[in-house]
Ligand binder design. Sequence first.
Ligand SMILES: [Cu+2]
Length: 213
Amino acid sequence: MNPAHAARLLALLVFCFGAEAANVEALVRSPVGTPVGDAAVVIEPVSGGYPKRQRTVTIEQRDRDFIPYVSIVQTGTLVEFPNRDPFKHHIYSFSPAKTFEIKLYADKPALPVLFDKAGEVAIGCNIHDWMEAYILVVNSAYFAKTGDDGKATIRDVPAGHYRLRVWHPRQKLEAPQREIEIGAGATATKLNLLADVAPRSSKPKPAIESGKY
Ligand SMILES: [Cu+2]
């Protein structure tokens, strides 16, 4: 084996087995201490790469709503938008990170949508005004979404230097990003985080009538 190959192999081995990994446990609360659900907790490596995961994510249209309301995906992720309702949806986004439209469709659109640029994407439906979903596209493999209890766990984060971001689609102001250190040999890092979020002022969803949607 020539030295270049040997060095590459060694680098690969260090990448796979050498780095200590820790879980990051976050608790996101409002300024008055209420748990905040549907918040994205993202840690991005300050330098260096992160594992690229080829994933396909699904956002359903069901009972005239998007499920889930918030998704966090890595740049380069394909998202499928299957329509589970017995009538058509017509979804779109005008967000700079991804502008797209899937015109009146039933069942599953032929092609998934590629989210290849980091940023926030707001999605709506032309037929059902109250339908809304959000995708946060990130340059990282380390992220999680809080449950109703405000908790999110990011698993197996290698030791290193990261930028921490908390994001919510209805945040009044995004908290400044700060840097955190995941120490080698750490088993868990606990973070107490703040998000000031406006109440969900959904446009009313009318009762479904027979023959109408
Ligand atoms: Cu719709």
